[in-house]
Design a protein around this ligand. Structure first.
Ligand SMILES: Cc1cc2nc3c(=O)[nH]c(=O)nc-3n(C[C@H](O)[C@H](O)[C@H](O)COP(=O)(O)OP(=O)(O)OC[C@H]3O[C@@H](n4cnc5c(N)ncnc54)[C@H](O)[C@@H]3O)c2cc1C
Length: 405
């Protein structure tokens, strides 16, 4: 008899886990996936592309219904899980009967943060996390509304770009002195800002949101320095918080995320967590690649094979507001490291490589990211780079050719 394995959350980590697990141990588990979004699992990363009009919403499904059916997976979408009964090994679902499990995987992702400022709960204040949000944002753009996006990280930039492309008049306000400060150093962020402004987006830095004004609907945003920006809508894109409530209420240990060990096991026997809701060695990842690496390890573990998750080297390799950006490793350059920089603002290109102990330890690229994956391999592989160092900045083909010469 197949063992009942229940996965809570039908997002990207869950879909990848089912994919990996059914390749390794088809039939070993009777898998059920419970997710509260009202559609099949989709590629959340491509929501930006849907918002910018490059991709249709129905094209971003990760797998068709037949794929899930062929693997014998019971899919319950549009279903909110409300409680884990650890003792009885049951998952409670709103308005449905409980599901019994022998093993449970929590893959509930994150929720967008709403700033706790006066007016944050007015109508017209939205977030950017799922496909329902995208439908709302597309409607705002089509009506050519004045929109303020709060947050100059990846999500804020993507929201601003999509809205502006669709016809909205967009102001992006960011608390820090530079965009994407978690991924970019100052010169890279300044270049990105100028490229984003060229797309018609107004960018305000050092801009602390103090309150939102409006009777019933939002009408304006006020910054702590007194500046006021009129707005028909405000989008909060100022960070995410792991969805830990189910675990916490069940008495499963949590910090910022649900604490897991190197097997992705939580503090409760036979209950695992992965993806954005999980915290491994003190880190909650907000990107999809670590979630996929965790899915691979957990699938092996569930299939009875030895596998350990040691954490991920996070890299950002994206098109942000139509501009290619890559960042990985120690991109700021820790004490004792050296940096090699090429900065051509007119051409819209910036490259910075960080070298420490004869190895590449970090990189930032804006504009030309053609060699990003090669740099990432060098960082992850910790290979000595003395022989390729003179030409490393100019890309893989030149560096390899000079190494061979
Ligand atoms: C617009 C956007 C652009 C992004 N771009 C990038 C990018 O370029 N690169 C990158 O690496 N990452 C990007 N990300 C982040 C990436 O999408 C996430 O890292 C990834 O989706 C995490 O997968 P997950 O399965 O942990 O969470 P999710 O994909 O969020 O899935 C979690 C699912 O669980 C459901 N759920 C939560 N609680 C319950 C409950 N109680 N009961 C039932 N279901 C529940 C949620 O509704 C959701 O469907 C982007 C995210 C967004 C929003």
């Amino acid at each position: 008899m197949s063992e009942p394995l229940v996965i809570v959350g039908n997002g990207m980590a869950a879909a990848r886990l089912v994919d990996e697990l059914t390749k390794l141990a088809q039939g070993r588990y009777a898998i059920a996936v419970v997710g509260d979004e009202p559609r099949l699992a989709y590629n959340r990363v491509l929501l930006s592309s849907v918002l910018s009009g490059a991709t249709a919403s129905h094209e971003i499904e990760l797998k068709p219904a037949s794929w899930w059916r062929d693997r014998g997976v019971t899919l319950k979408y549009g279903c909110l899980a409300t409680e884990i009964d650890v003792g009885r090994r049951e998952l409670r679902i709103a308005n449905e009967e409980n599901i019994a499990f022998s093993k449970l995987v929590i893959a509930t992702g994150s929720m967008p943060l709403r700033l706790s400022v006066p007016g944050a709960d007015l109508a017209g204040v939205h977030t950017f996390r799922d496909s329902r949000d995208v439908d709302l944002l597309l409607a705002l753009a089509a009506q050519r509304k004045r929109v303020v996006v709060v947050g100059g990280g990846l999500l804020g930039l993507e929201a601003a770009y999509g809205l502006a492309r669709g016809g909205a008049s967009v102001t992006l306000v960011h608390l820090m002195d530079r965009l994407m400060e978690r991924q970019l150093d100052l010169p890279a962020a300044e270049l990105l800002k100028s490229l984003v402004e060229r797309k018609g987006i107004r960018v305000l830095l050092n801009a602390n949101t103090a309150r939102l004004h409006g009777e019933n609907r939002v009408e304006a945003i006020e910054l702590s320095d007194g500046r006021r920006i009129d707005a028909d809508a405000v989008i909060f894109a100022a960070g995410i918080r792991p969805n830990i409530a189910l675990a916490k209420d069940a008495g499963i240990p949590v910090n910022r995320g649900i604490v897991v060990d190197d097997d992705l096991q939580t503090g409760a026997a036979d209950i695992f967590a992965l993806g954005e809701c999980a915290e491994h060695r003190g880190t909650c990842y907000g990107m999809v690649e670590p979630a996929y690496e965790q899915a691979r390890v957990l699938a092996q573990h569930l299939a009875g094979r030895a596998a350990v998750y040691n954490g991920s080297v996070v890299a950002t390799n994206l098109k942000v507001s139509g501009v290619s950006v890559f960042s990985a490793g120690d991109f700021m350059g820790a004490d004792g490291s050296e940096t090699i920089v090429l900065n051509d603002a007119r051409a819209g290109t910036y490259k910075k490589l960080v070298v420490s102990d004869g190895r590449l330890t970090g990189a930032v690229l804006v504009g030309d990211v053609g060699d990003a994956l090669w740099y990432l391999e060098l960082i992850r592989g910790r290979q000595p780079i003395a022989r390729i160092r003179p030409d490393m900045m100019f890309g893989r083909s030149l560096a390899i050719r000079s190494e061979a010469a």
